[in-house]
Design a binder for this molecule. Structure first.
Ligand SMILES: *Cc1c(COP(=O)(O)O)cnc(C)c1O
Length: 243
């Protein structure tokens, strides 16, 4: 049964988290598991929620909104982890607790304006393109600090941390460099002591590289495939869309 597979996969992930924490002398409570649920049915998401998980990450706003309508009684925390088009901001703010993919000033500006209009604040992460791949979203690492300073000026946006997607590579050290770079940017950001910003969270690590990310300081891994199985579309469908 599907629910047994998901249950078992979650156990395996938890073991991987525990082992990686042990190896790097970290407390396993420091690493949260966010369920990356793009393309996953509400039934399957519900199975994972029933196992005690409540952090959900969705890539596409419209897909997420439909699922939210069905799952909202569960009191989960909803994160947008995919590229956010500015024309979707008003919908995202109807259900999202955190926008992890803030990576350009136009987006930050429009988020600020919409929050102002709605009379509320929003927690955000800054997405950094630590793999330097042209196809990937995220602010360029060399521009990250300047960008963070600018975003911190928006009173309704509360920066809680940084997010990155590691290089898709079988060479562990190259992947690890991405996570090291995000950690460096976190330390530099914390040193700025910006009001309105905390940088406690490092959202990094996915199905194939979560151990490396945990070793380098991840506080939130985003896992899809290793829990819910292969997706019907390649990830480029979610990561490369330009708008
Ligand atoms: C899909 C996705 C994930 C999860 O990736 P898996 O390899 O399926 O674990 C994590 N982060 C983002 C931004 C994603 O789009």
């Amino acid at each position: 049964m599907e629910s047994d597979i998901i249950k078992n996969n979650l156990k395996i992930i938890q073991k991987r988290i525990n082992r990686a924490c042990d190896l790097s002398n970290r407390n396993k409570n420091e690493v949260k598991l966010l369920l990356a649920t793009k393309t996953v049915s509400v039934e399957n998401i519900q199975f994972a929620i029933d196992e005690g998980y409540s952090l959900l990450g969705e890539n596409k706003v419209m897909e997420a909104m439909e699922k939210y309508e069905v799952l909202k009684e569960n009191r989960c925390e909803w994160h947008i982890i995919g590229h956010l088009q500015t024309n979707k901001i008003k919908y995202a703010l109807k259900f999202a607790d955190v926008i992890q993919s803030v990576d350009r000033i136009k987006l930050a500006n429009k988020l600020q304006n919409r929050c102002e209009y709605d009379g509320r604040n929003i927690d955000i992460f800054i997405q950094v393109n630590t793999s330097f791949e042209k196809s990937k979203f995220g602010i360029a690492p060399e521009r990250a600090i300047e960008f963070i300073k600018q975003v911190s000026e928006f009173p309704r946006l509360h920066i809680k941390g940084l997010m990155t997607i590691g290089l898709l590579s079988s060479q562990d050290e190259k992947v690890r460099d991405c996570f090291k770079l995000l950690k460096e940017i976190q330390l530099k950001s914390q040193a700025l002591e910006l009001p309105n910003a905390s940088f406690d969270e490092l959202s990094m690590g996915m199905s194939n590289d979560l151990e490396l990310a945990i070793e380098e300081g991840s506080t939130m891994i985003r896992v899809g495939t290793a829990i819910f199985g292969q997706r019907p579309f390649p990830d480029s469908y979610y990561w490369n869309e330009r708008n």
